[in-house]
Design a binder for this molecule. Structure first.
Ligand code: AMP
Ligand code: MG
Length: 319
């Protein structure tokens, strides 16, 4: 198992030596390596069992770094950076040659983000290179929101997990690219569309459902827990599961006809932010429950509810 601790110096020195360290961010835990060290980047792909056509997000301490490593910043991208960084938003921008092809899977754009978690901010400020960091889970599985989640799955493959507590957003970043200066959302995430639109006006949403290498975070089957998850209206779905032990992942209220100890409620008060924080941890918890399948209820399609529904849909076997 990996060592779990809060020693930022130790994390920095491992990263300088080309090793991988799991780091806390406000979205989910990342599996970080020096973005400019080819060996380190290769071992990120290996450790996660992630296909090399799936490009990585590069994390840096501030806008200054981003300006030095991209060719062009569309006007609206500049506004978004100023308003939402540090935070759960990733921008896809044309890359300069110095950004390694391995990180971008050969694309001529790079996905960049400035995370707000204070420990990771401090870590990035200590380093003279940015960190490539996808979520610290095996490819295709639910993302980790605690150090323990990382240890459970990747503990025997990495040396150190920097423990920054439970993540405060709980969903991966929202990914935004630009085509002819127009913003296009490639992945729904921790920064909701309404908040983005308040800042820059209407955005197009182009969520890829296929295996398009441009947005593999969008692969249809992704974020899946270890038991079959069915997504939709529980009342309609339930008749399909006669004889099966059903677990219920609900938004605000329990189902009367199921035992209480097989149900997890994302936010009894109906707070979408709280629901997002709980989502991945609860999906993992069902693995320990005595249930055969998980029924997940659709949340309201507003604010973070859209991103939560997106993750449930992608995790589901029936959609
Ligand atoms: P994650 O798996 O959370 O690290 O997110 C990485 C995702 O960012 C990838 O799966 C892509 O969907 C997206 N991404 C990264 N780089 C690019 C890029 N250059 N162009 C478009 N999407 C990208
Ligand atoms: Mg991921």
């Amino acid at each position: 198992m990996a060592e779990i601790g809060t020693d930022i110096q130790k994390a920095a020195s491992l990263l300088r030596r080309g090793k991988l360290v799991a780091i806390p961010t406000e979205t989910v835990y990342g599996l970080a390596g020096n973005a400019f060290n080819e060996e380190a980047v290769l071992s990120i792909f290996e450790t996660k069992n992630r296909p090399q056509f799936d490009p990585l997000i590069v994390h840096s301490s501030g806008i200054q770094w981003v300006k030095q490593h991209v060719n062009e910043i569309p006007v609206l991208a500049g506004i978004l950076m100023d308003e939402f960084w540090p935070g759960p938003m990733t921008l896809v921008l044309p890359k300069k040659e110095i950004v390694p092809d391995l990180v971008t899977s050969g694309l001529d754009s790079v996905a960049v983000r400035v995370p707000s978690h204070p420990m990771t901010q401090e870590l990035l400020l200590m380093l003279d290179f940015p960190l490539a960091a996808p979520s610290a889970n095996p490819f295709g599985y639910v993302s980790p929101t605690t150090a323990q989640h990382v240890n459970d799955q990747l503990g025997d493959k990495i040396d150190y997990i920097l423990d920054g507590g439970s993540t405060t957003v709980g969903l991966e970043s929202t990914i935004i690219g630009f085509e002819e200066g127009k913003p296009i959302v490639y992945r729904l995430g921790g920064l909701s569309i309404d908040v983005i639109e308040e800042s820059i006006g209407p955005v197009e949403i182009a969520l890829n459902q296929s295996s398009d290498p441009k947005a593999p975070g969008m692969l249809k089957s992704h974020y899946a827990p270890g038991k079959p998850l069915y997504f939709g209206n529980p009342g309609e779905l339930i008749s399909d599961f006669d004889g099966k032990r059903i677990g219920f992942l609900g938004f605000m209220t329990r189902l009367e006809f199921l035992p209480n100890d097989r149900q997890l409620i994302l936010s009894p008060h109906g707070d979408l932010h709280e629901a997002a924080v709980n989502l991945f941890a609860f999906m993992r918890e069902f693995e320990k429950f005595p249930v055969d399948i998980i029924l997940a209820e659709q949340l309201p399609e507003i604010g973070l509810g859209r991103a939560i529904n997106d993750r449930l849909r992608r995790a589901a076997v029936n959609s």
